[in-house]
Design a protein around this ligand. Structure first.
Ligand SMILES: Cc1cc2nc3c(=O)[nH]c(=O)nc-3n(C[C@H](O)[C@H](O)[C@H](O)COP(=O)(O)OP(=O)(O)OC[C@H]3O[C@@H](n4cnc5c(N)ncnc54)[C@H](O)[C@@H]3O)c2cc1C
Length: 419
Protein backbone atom coordinates (compact mmCIF):
# COMPACT_ATOMS: atom_id res chain seq x y z
CA UNK A 1 0.00 0.00 0.00
CA UNK A 2 1.32 3.46 -0.88
CA UNK A 3 1.70 6.21 1.68
CA UNK A 4 2.82 9.29 -0.27
CA UNK A 5 0.54 12.18 0.68
CA UNK A 6 0.05 15.49 -1.10
CA UNK A 7 0.79 18.31 1.36
CA UNK A 8 2.70 21.54 1.71
CA UNK A 9 5.63 19.43 2.96
CA UNK A 10 5.66 17.18 -0.12
CA UNK A 11 5.30 20.23 -2.37
CA UNK A 12 8.27 21.99 -0.75
CA UNK A 13 10.31 18.78 -0.84
CA UNK A 14 9.66 18.30 -4.55
CA UNK A 15 10.33 21.97 -5.28
CA UNK A 16 13.80 21.55 -3.80
CA UNK A 17 14.30 18.31 -5.76
CA UNK A 18 13.20 19.85 -9.05
CA UNK A 19 9.97 17.81 -9.04
CA UNK A 20 11.75 14.56 -9.81
CA UNK A 21 10.15 12.52 -7.03
CA UNK A 22 6.43 12.60 -7.89
CA UNK A 23 4.97 9.14 -8.47
CA UNK A 24 2.14 8.31 -10.91
CA UNK A 25 -1.20 9.09 -9.25
CA UNK A 26 -2.28 5.46 -9.58
CA UNK A 27 -0.68 2.19 -10.65
CA UNK A 28 -1.30 0.76 -14.11
CA UNK A 29 -2.79 -2.47 -12.73
CA UNK A 30 -3.11 -5.70 -14.74
CA UNK A 31 -6.16 -7.86 -14.05
CA UNK A 32 -5.77 -10.49 -11.31
CA UNK A 33 -7.61 -13.82 -11.56
CA UNK A 34 -10.24 -12.89 -8.98
CA UNK A 35 -11.50 -10.03 -6.80
CA UNK A 36 -14.06 -9.78 -4.01
CA UNK A 37 -15.78 -7.00 -5.95
CA UNK A 38 -15.46 -5.84 -9.56
CA UNK A 39 -16.87 -2.45 -10.50
CA UNK A 40 -17.59 -2.08 -14.22
CA UNK A 41 -17.00 1.53 -15.30
CA UNK A 42 -14.19 3.86 -14.23
CA UNK A 43 -16.28 7.03 -14.16
CA UNK A 44 -16.89 9.11 -11.05
CA UNK A 45 -19.44 6.69 -9.61
CA UNK A 46 -17.36 3.56 -10.15
CA UNK A 47 -14.20 5.09 -8.70
CA UNK A 48 -16.07 6.60 -5.74
CA UNK A 49 -17.66 3.20 -5.04
CA UNK A 50 -14.24 1.54 -4.99
CA UNK A 51 -12.86 4.23 -2.68
CA UNK A 52 -15.71 3.92 -0.16
CA UNK A 53 -15.65 0.09 -0.33
CA UNK A 54 -12.00 0.22 0.69
CA UNK A 55 -12.06 3.17 3.08
CA UNK A 56 -15.41 2.71 4.88
CA UNK A 57 -16.23 -0.97 4.50
CA UNK A 58 -12.73 -2.48 4.59
CA UNK A 59 -13.17 -4.33 1.28
CA UNK A 60 -9.90 -3.74 -0.56
CA UNK A 61 -9.66 -6.69 -2.94
CA UNK A 62 -11.49 -4.61 -5.53
CA UNK A 63 -11.00 -3.85 -9.24
CA UNK A 64 -12.44 -1.02 -11.31
CA UNK A 65 -12.59 -2.17 -14.91
CA UNK A 66 -12.75 0.64 -17.49
CA UNK A 67 -13.07 0.16 -21.24
CA UNK A 68 -11.30 3.44 -22.04
CA UNK A 69 -9.39 5.74 -19.73
CA UNK A 70 -10.24 7.20 -16.32
CA UNK A 71 -12.20 10.42 -16.76
CA UNK A 72 -12.98 9.85 -20.45
CA UNK A 73 -16.72 9.40 -19.84
CA UNK A 74 -19.29 11.79 -18.42
CA UNK A 75 -17.33 12.47 -15.26
CA UNK A 76 -14.95 14.52 -17.42
CA UNK A 77 -17.62 15.90 -19.77
CA UNK A 78 -20.16 17.57 -17.48
CA UNK A 79 -20.73 21.23 -16.63
CA UNK A 80 -19.42 20.65 -13.06
CA UNK A 81 -22.52 21.85 -11.17
CA UNK A 82 -23.20 20.43 -7.70
CA UNK A 83 -26.28 21.20 -5.59
CA UNK A 84 -28.85 19.55 -3.34
CA UNK A 85 -31.90 21.72 -4.13
CA UNK A 86 -34.32 18.82 -4.57
CA UNK A 87 -38.01 18.65 -3.65
CA UNK A 88 -39.11 15.06 -3.10
CA UNK A 89 -38.48 13.04 0.08
CA UNK A 90 -36.83 10.21 -1.90
CA UNK A 91 -34.25 12.63 -3.29
CA UNK A 92 -33.46 15.40 -0.75
CA UNK A 93 -31.62 13.32 1.90
CA UNK A 94 -29.55 11.55 -0.76
CA UNK A 95 -28.39 14.71 -2.52
CA UNK A 96 -27.77 16.47 0.80
CA UNK A 97 -25.60 13.53 1.85
CA UNK A 98 -23.70 14.06 -1.39
CA UNK A 99 -23.29 17.78 -0.65
CA UNK A 100 -21.87 16.98 2.79
CA UNK A 101 -19.42 14.53 1.25
CA UNK A 102 -18.35 17.17 -1.31
CA UNK A 103 -17.66 19.53 1.59
CA UNK A 104 -15.13 17.10 3.10
CA UNK A 105 -13.99 15.44 -0.11
CA UNK A 106 -10.60 17.06 -0.56
CA UNK A 107 -9.55 16.03 2.95
CA UNK A 108 -11.03 12.53 2.52
CA UNK A 109 -9.14 11.81 -0.70
CA UNK A 110 -6.13 14.12 -0.17
CA UNK A 111 -6.66 15.76 -3.55
CA UNK A 112 -7.51 19.27 -4.74
CA UNK A 113 -10.80 18.84 -6.61
CA UNK A 114 -11.42 22.61 -6.65
CA UNK A 115 -14.68 22.31 -4.70
CA UNK A 116 -16.17 25.81 -5.01
CA UNK A 117 -19.36 26.56 -3.05
CA UNK A 118 -20.13 29.69 -5.02
CA UNK A 119 -23.92 29.20 -4.92
CA UNK A 120 -26.54 27.98 -7.39
CA UNK A 121 -29.26 30.49 -8.32
CA UNK A 122 -32.46 29.32 -10.06
CA UNK A 123 -34.23 32.32 -11.60
CA UNK A 124 -38.02 32.60 -11.75
CA UNK A 125 -40.00 34.60 -14.29
CA UNK A 126 -43.68 34.31 -13.27
CA UNK A 127 -45.79 34.26 -10.11
CA UNK A 128 -46.54 30.57 -10.62
CA UNK A 129 -42.84 29.79 -10.89
CA UNK A 130 -42.14 31.82 -7.75
CA UNK A 131 -44.73 29.70 -5.89
CA UNK A 132 -43.05 26.51 -7.12
CA UNK A 133 -39.65 27.74 -5.93
CA UNK A 134 -41.06 28.84 -2.56
CA UNK A 135 -42.40 25.31 -2.15
CA UNK A 136 -39.07 23.80 -3.14
CA UNK A 137 -37.15 26.13 -0.82
CA UNK A 138 -39.45 25.23 2.09
CA UNK A 139 -39.02 21.49 1.41
CA UNK A 140 -35.25 21.97 1.37
CA UNK A 141 -35.24 23.92 4.66
CA UNK A 142 -37.48 21.31 6.31
CA UNK A 143 -34.75 18.77 5.44
CA UNK A 144 -32.01 21.02 6.84
CA UNK A 145 -30.78 22.12 3.39
CA UNK A 146 -29.86 25.79 2.87
CA UNK A 147 -32.19 27.82 0.63
CA UNK A 148 -32.81 31.56 0.22
CA UNK A 149 -35.50 33.29 -1.82
CA UNK A 150 -34.08 36.41 -3.50
CA UNK A 151 -36.24 39.24 -4.84
CA UNK A 152 -35.59 40.87 -8.20
CA UNK A 153 -33.67 43.78 -6.66
CA UNK A 154 -31.23 41.48 -4.88
CA UNK A 155 -30.66 39.42 -8.04
CA UNK A 156 -30.15 42.66 -10.02
CA UNK A 157 -27.47 43.85 -7.59
CA UNK A 158 -25.75 40.46 -7.80
CA UNK A 159 -25.93 39.98 -11.59
CA UNK A 160 -26.71 43.40 -13.12
CA UNK A 161 -26.04 42.29 -16.70
CA UNK A 162 -28.98 39.86 -16.89
CA UNK A 163 -31.98 40.73 -19.06
CA UNK A 164 -34.34 41.73 -16.21
CA UNK A 165 -37.02 43.61 -18.10
CA UNK A 166 -37.55 41.27 -21.03
CA UNK A 167 -41.24 41.52 -21.96
CA UNK A 168 -41.69 37.74 -22.22
CA UNK A 169 -39.41 36.51 -19.42
CA UNK A 170 -38.93 39.26 -16.81
CA UNK A 171 -36.70 38.15 -13.94
CA UNK A 172 -38.80 38.34 -10.76
CA UNK A 173 -36.25 36.76 -8.40
CA UNK A 174 -34.48 33.50 -7.71
CA UNK A 175 -34.02 30.58 -5.34
CA UNK A 176 -30.42 30.46 -4.14
CA UNK A 177 -28.65 27.50 -2.60
CA UNK A 178 -25.49 29.16 -1.23
CA UNK A 179 -23.74 25.81 -0.55
CA UNK A 180 -24.18 24.65 -4.17
CA UNK A 181 -21.51 25.42 -6.72
CA UNK A 182 -18.97 23.71 -8.94
CA UNK A 183 -16.26 21.06 -8.63
CA UNK A 184 -13.53 20.43 -11.19
CA UNK A 185 -14.98 17.33 -12.85
CA UNK A 186 -11.93 15.38 -14.06
CA UNK A 187 -10.09 16.07 -10.80
CA UNK A 188 -12.89 14.13 -9.10
CA UNK A 189 -12.07 11.09 -11.23
CA UNK A 190 -8.32 11.46 -10.69
CA UNK A 191 -8.68 12.11 -6.95
CA UNK A 192 -10.94 9.12 -6.30
CA UNK A 193 -8.71 6.93 -8.52
CA UNK A 194 -5.58 7.92 -6.61
CA UNK A 195 -7.24 7.53 -3.20
CA UNK A 196 -8.68 4.10 -4.09
CA UNK A 197 -5.33 2.98 -5.53
CA UNK A 198 -3.58 3.97 -2.30
CA UNK A 199 -5.94 1.60 -0.45
CA UNK A 200 -5.06 -1.30 -2.76
CA UNK A 201 -7.81 -1.07 -5.38
CA UNK A 202 -6.74 -2.14 -8.92
CA UNK A 203 -7.74 0.37 -11.59
CA UNK A 204 -7.65 -1.46 -14.90
CA UNK A 205 -7.95 0.80 -17.95
CA UNK A 206 -8.38 -0.27 -21.60
CA UNK A 207 -10.32 -3.30 -20.41
CA UNK A 208 -13.83 -3.57 -21.84
CA UNK A 209 -16.38 -5.89 -20.28
CA UNK A 210 -17.84 -8.02 -23.07
CA UNK A 211 -19.93 -10.49 -21.07
CA UNK A 212 -20.51 -12.10 -17.68
CA UNK A 213 -19.29 -15.34 -16.14
CA UNK A 214 -22.12 -17.26 -14.48
CA UNK A 215 -22.51 -20.42 -12.39
CA UNK A 216 -25.97 -21.81 -11.68
CA UNK A 217 -27.53 -18.45 -12.58
CA UNK A 218 -25.20 -16.45 -10.30
CA UNK A 219 -22.85 -13.87 -11.80
CA UNK A 220 -19.32 -14.93 -10.82
CA UNK A 221 -17.19 -12.54 -12.85
CA UNK A 222 -16.76 -10.70 -16.12
CA UNK A 223 -15.46 -11.51 -19.60
CA UNK A 224 -13.21 -8.72 -20.79
CA UNK A 225 -10.98 -7.81 -23.70
CA UNK A 226 -8.09 -8.69 -21.35
CA UNK A 227 -9.51 -12.10 -20.41
CA UNK A 228 -11.99 -13.43 -17.82
CA UNK A 229 -11.87 -12.08 -14.24
CA UNK A 230 -13.66 -13.81 -11.35
CA UNK A 231 -15.56 -11.89 -8.67
CA UNK A 232 -17.60 -12.42 -5.53
CA UNK A 233 -19.85 -9.55 -6.65
CA UNK A 234 -20.05 -7.38 -9.76
CA UNK A 235 -21.32 -3.78 -9.65
CA UNK A 236 -22.32 -1.90 -12.80
CA UNK A 237 -21.54 1.84 -12.89
CA UNK A 238 -21.54 2.37 -16.66
CA UNK A 239 -23.73 5.52 -16.90
CA UNK A 240 -24.76 5.99 -20.58
CA UNK A 241 -23.79 2.41 -21.41
CA UNK A 242 -25.82 0.84 -18.58
CA UNK A 243 -28.48 -0.72 -20.84
CA UNK A 244 -25.88 -2.11 -23.20
CA UNK A 245 -23.82 -3.73 -20.45
CA UNK A 246 -26.87 -4.99 -18.48
CA UNK A 247 -28.24 -6.61 -21.64
CA UNK A 248 -25.15 -8.86 -21.66
CA UNK A 249 -26.57 -10.33 -18.42
CA UNK A 250 -30.03 -10.67 -19.97
CA UNK A 251 -31.47 -7.58 -18.24
CA UNK A 252 -33.66 -4.96 -19.92
CA UNK A 253 -33.37 -1.70 -17.96
CA UNK A 254 -35.94 1.14 -17.73
CA UNK A 255 -33.32 3.46 -19.21
CA UNK A 256 -32.74 5.22 -22.54
CA UNK A 257 -29.41 6.74 -23.59
CA UNK A 258 -29.43 10.32 -24.87
CA UNK A 259 -26.75 12.87 -25.79
CA UNK A 260 -26.17 16.02 -23.74
CA UNK A 261 -23.81 18.75 -24.94
CA UNK A 262 -21.67 21.25 -23.02
CA UNK A 263 -20.09 24.51 -24.20
CA UNK A 264 -17.11 26.60 -23.10
CA UNK A 265 -16.33 30.13 -24.28
CA UNK A 266 -13.03 31.95 -24.57
CA UNK A 267 -11.60 33.14 -21.24
CA UNK A 268 -13.06 36.38 -19.84
CA UNK A 269 -12.44 38.46 -16.73
CA UNK A 270 -14.52 37.16 -13.77
CA UNK A 271 -18.10 38.48 -13.86
CA UNK A 272 -20.42 35.58 -12.87
CA UNK A 273 -19.73 34.60 -9.27
CA UNK A 274 -22.32 31.77 -8.99
CA UNK A 275 -24.12 29.18 -11.10
CA UNK A 276 -27.22 30.68 -12.76
CA UNK A 277 -30.12 28.80 -14.32
CA UNK A 278 -32.69 30.40 -16.64
CA UNK A 279 -36.19 29.43 -15.50
CA UNK A 280 -37.97 30.28 -18.74
CA UNK A 281 -35.90 27.99 -20.93
CA UNK A 282 -33.34 25.30 -20.39
CA UNK A 283 -30.03 27.13 -19.94
CA UNK A 284 -27.45 27.12 -17.13
CA UNK A 285 -24.15 28.93 -16.88
CA UNK A 286 -21.14 29.43 -14.63
CA UNK A 287 -17.64 30.80 -15.11
CA UNK A 288 -14.63 28.54 -14.69
CA UNK A 289 -11.56 29.57 -12.73
CA UNK A 290 -9.79 30.00 -16.09
CA UNK A 291 -12.47 32.53 -17.10
CA UNK A 292 -14.38 30.46 -19.67
CA UNK A 293 -18.17 30.56 -19.57
CA UNK A 294 -19.34 26.97 -19.05
CA UNK A 295 -22.92 26.45 -20.18
CA UNK A 296 -25.47 23.94 -21.41
CA UNK A 297 -29.13 23.20 -21.96
CA UNK A 298 -31.35 20.34 -23.07
CA UNK A 299 -30.50 16.84 -24.18
CA UNK A 300 -30.50 16.24 -27.92
CA UNK A 301 -33.88 14.54 -27.91
CA UNK A 302 -33.16 11.28 -29.68
CA UNK A 303 -31.66 7.99 -28.50
CA UNK A 304 -27.97 7.63 -29.23
CA UNK A 305 -24.70 6.11 -28.02
CA UNK A 306 -22.63 8.69 -29.93
CA UNK A 307 -20.72 11.12 -27.72
CA UNK A 308 -21.45 14.09 -29.99
CA UNK A 309 -24.47 16.32 -30.49
CA UNK A 310 -26.29 18.15 -33.28
CA UNK A 311 -26.80 21.73 -34.46
CA UNK A 312 -30.47 22.35 -33.45
CA UNK A 313 -29.60 21.94 -29.77
CA UNK A 314 -26.57 24.20 -30.13
CA UNK A 315 -28.91 26.83 -31.59
CA UNK A 316 -31.47 26.26 -28.84
CA UNK A 317 -28.86 26.61 -26.06
CA UNK A 318 -27.50 29.81 -27.61
CA UNK A 319 -31.04 31.23 -27.86
CA UNK A 320 -31.51 30.53 -24.13
CA UNK A 321 -28.23 32.28 -23.41
CA UNK A 322 -29.19 35.31 -25.52
CA UNK A 323 -32.59 35.60 -23.81
CA UNK A 324 -31.00 35.55 -20.36
CA UNK A 325 -27.88 37.65 -20.98
CA UNK A 326 -27.71 39.26 -24.42
CA UNK A 327 -24.03 40.19 -23.95
CA UNK A 328 -23.17 36.50 -24.45
CA UNK A 329 -23.74 37.13 -28.18
CA UNK A 330 -20.37 38.93 -28.33
CA UNK A 331 -18.47 35.98 -26.86
CA UNK A 332 -16.63 33.41 -28.99
CA UNK A 333 -17.26 29.73 -28.37
CA UNK A 334 -14.02 27.89 -27.66
CA UNK A 335 -15.16 24.28 -27.67
CA UNK A 336 -18.13 21.99 -27.13
CA UNK A 337 -18.68 18.27 -26.77
CA UNK A 338 -21.29 15.64 -25.96
CA UNK A 339 -21.72 12.92 -23.36
CA UNK A 340 -24.05 9.97 -22.87
CA UNK A 341 -26.94 10.28 -20.42
CA UNK A 342 -28.57 7.22 -18.85
CA UNK A 343 -32.10 8.66 -18.73
CA UNK A 344 -34.40 6.71 -16.41
CA UNK A 345 -38.19 6.76 -16.85
CA UNK A 346 -38.82 9.06 -13.87
CA UNK A 347 -35.60 11.08 -13.93
CA UNK A 348 -34.29 9.52 -10.70
CA UNK A 349 -31.49 7.00 -10.27
CA UNK A 350 -31.34 3.29 -9.42
CA UNK A 351 -28.97 1.83 -6.80
CA UNK A 352 -30.09 -1.73 -6.25
CA UNK A 353 -29.49 -5.44 -6.56
CA UNK A 354 -30.60 -6.90 -9.88
CA UNK A 355 -32.64 -10.09 -10.44
CA UNK A 356 -29.26 -11.79 -11.23
CA UNK A 357 -27.56 -13.00 -8.05
CA UNK A 358 -24.16 -11.39 -7.63
CA UNK A 359 -24.95 -8.49 -10.01
CA UNK A 360 -25.66 -4.97 -8.67
CA UNK A 361 -26.76 -1.83 -10.50
CA UNK A 362 -25.92 1.86 -10.20
CA UNK A 363 -27.58 3.73 -13.09
CA UNK A 364 -30.24 6.16 -14.30
CA UNK A 365 -28.40 9.36 -13.36
CA UNK A 366 -29.80 11.32 -16.28
CA UNK A 367 -27.93 14.62 -16.50
CA UNK A 368 -27.68 15.18 -12.76
CA UNK A 369 -25.25 12.45 -11.83
CA UNK A 370 -22.10 14.45 -11.27
CA UNK A 371 -23.40 16.13 -8.13
CA UNK A 372 -24.41 12.66 -6.88
CA UNK A 373 -20.94 11.14 -7.31
CA UNK A 374 -19.87 10.94 -3.62
CA UNK A 375 -23.24 9.76 -2.26
CA UNK A 376 -23.70 7.37 -5.16
CA UNK A 377 -20.31 5.83 -4.43
CA UNK A 378 -21.02 5.61 -0.72
CA UNK A 379 -24.49 4.10 -1.16
CA UNK A 380 -23.38 1.63 -3.84
CA UNK A 381 -20.46 0.56 -1.64
CA UNK A 382 -22.89 0.09 1.26
CA UNK A 383 -25.17 -2.05 -0.90
CA UNK A 384 -22.29 -4.17 -2.19
CA UNK A 385 -20.83 -4.62 1.29
CA UNK A 386 -24.03 -5.20 3.28
CA UNK A 387 -26.57 -6.37 0.69
CA UNK A 388 -29.03 -3.77 1.92
CA UNK A 389 -29.69 -0.19 0.76
CA UNK A 390 -28.05 2.74 2.51
CA UNK A 391 -30.52 4.77 4.60
CA UNK A 392 -30.51 7.71 2.14
CA UNK A 393 -30.97 5.53 -0.96
CA UNK A 394 -33.93 3.37 0.06
CA UNK A 395 -36.17 4.87 -2.65
CA UNK A 396 -33.85 4.04 -5.55
CA UNK A 397 -35.22 0.53 -6.20
CA UNK A 398 -35.17 -1.07 -9.64
CA UNK A 399 -38.72 -2.42 -9.31
CA UNK A 400 -40.28 0.97 -8.46
CA UNK A 401 -41.51 1.41 -12.04
CA UNK A 402 -43.49 -1.84 -11.81
CA UNK A 403 -44.79 -0.85 -8.36
CA UNK A 404 -45.75 2.68 -9.43
CA UNK A 405 -43.45 4.11 -6.75
CA UNK A 406 -41.72 6.49 -9.14
CA UNK A 407 -39.75 9.52 -7.92
CA UNK A 408 -40.87 12.02 -10.50
CA UNK A 409 -39.05 15.16 -9.32
CA UNK A 410 -39.95 17.13 -12.45
CA UNK A 411 -43.51 15.83 -12.75
CA UNK A 412 -42.96 14.75 -16.35
CA UNK A 413 -44.20 11.17 -16.10
CA UNK A 414 -42.45 8.33 -17.90
CA UNK A 415 -40.81 10.66 -20.45
CA UNK A 416 -37.04 10.22 -20.27
CA UNK A 417 -36.47 12.85 -22.95
CA UNK A 418 -38.18 15.48 -20.74
CA UNK A 419 -36.38 14.80 -17.45
C1 LIG B 1 -22.53 17.64 -21.14
C2 LIG B 1 -22.88 17.11 -19.79
C3 LIG B 1 -23.16 18.00 -18.76
C4 LIG B 1 -23.49 17.53 -17.49
N1 LIG B 1 -23.63 18.42 -16.47
C5 LIG B 1 -23.84 17.98 -15.20
C6 LIG B 1 -23.85 18.90 -14.12
O1 LIG B 1 -23.57 20.10 -14.30
N2 LIG B 1 -24.11 18.42 -12.88
C7 LIG B 1 -24.40 17.10 -12.66
O2 LIG B 1 -24.68 16.74 -11.54
N3 LIG B 1 -24.35 16.19 -13.67
C8 LIG B 1 -24.06 16.59 -14.93
N4 LIG B 1 -23.97 15.69 -15.96
C9 LIG B 1 -24.24 14.26 -15.71
C10 LIG B 1 -23.06 13.52 -15.12
O3 LIG B 1 -21.87 13.86 -15.78
C11 LIG B 1 -23.32 12.02 -15.19
O4 LIG B 1 -24.61 11.71 -14.69
C12 LIG B 1 -22.30 11.22 -14.38
O5 LIG B 1 -20.99 11.65 -14.67
C13 LIG B 1 -22.45 9.73 -14.68
O6 LIG B 1 -21.67 8.93 -13.83
P1 LIG B 1 -20.13 8.52 -14.09
O7 LIG B 1 -19.27 9.66 -13.75
O8 LIG B 1 -19.83 7.29 -13.36
O9 LIG B 1 -20.16 8.27 -15.67
P2 LIG B 1 -18.98 8.00 -16.71
O10 LIG B 1 -17.82 8.90 -16.45
O11 LIG B 1 -19.60 8.03 -18.07
O12 LIG B 1 -18.53 6.51 -16.32
C14 LIG B 1 -19.03 5.34 -16.91
C15 LIG B 1 -17.85 4.57 -17.42
O13 LIG B 1 -18.25 3.26 -17.80
C16 LIG B 1 -17.38 2.88 -18.84
N5 LIG B 1 -17.93 1.73 -19.54
C17 LIG B 1 -19.04 1.68 -20.31
N6 LIG B 1 -19.22 0.46 -20.83
C18 LIG B 1 -18.18 -0.31 -20.36
C19 LIG B 1 -17.79 -1.66 -20.55
N7 LIG B 1 -18.50 -2.49 -21.33
N8 LIG B 1 -16.68 -2.11 -19.91
C20 LIG B 1 -15.95 -1.27 -19.11
N9 LIG B 1 -16.27 0.02 -18.92
C21 LIG B 1 -17.37 0.50 -19.54
C22 LIG B 1 -17.30 4.14 -19.71
O14 LIG B 1 -16.18 4.12 -20.57
C23 LIG B 1 -17.23 5.24 -18.66
O15 LIG B 1 -15.90 5.64 -18.38
C24 LIG B 1 -23.62 16.13 -17.26
C25 LIG B 1 -23.32 15.24 -18.29
C26 LIG B 1 -22.94 15.72 -19.54
C27 LIG B 1 -22.58 14.77 -20.64
Amino acid sequence: MRTDRYSIVSLLRETVRGHTGWKPAWRDAAPAARYDVIIVGGGGHGLATAFYLASRYGIRNVAVVEKGWIGGGNVGRNTTIVRSNYLLPGNVPFYEQSMKLWEGLEQDINYNAMVSQRGVLNLFHSDAQRNAYVRRGNAMRLHGVDAELLDAGTVRRKLPFLNFDDARFPILGGLLQPRGGTVRHDAVAWGYARAADRLGVDIIQNCEVTGFLTEGGRVTGVETTRGPIGAGKVGLACAGNSSRVASMAGLRLPIESHVLQAFVSEGLKPFIDCVVTFGAGHFYISQSDKGGLVFGGDIDGYNSYAQRGNMPVIEDVCEGGMALMPRIGRVRLLRHWGGLMDMSMDGSPIIDRTPRDGLYLNAGWCYGGFKATPASGLCFAHLLARDEPHAVATAYRLDRFARGAVIDEKGMGAQPNLH
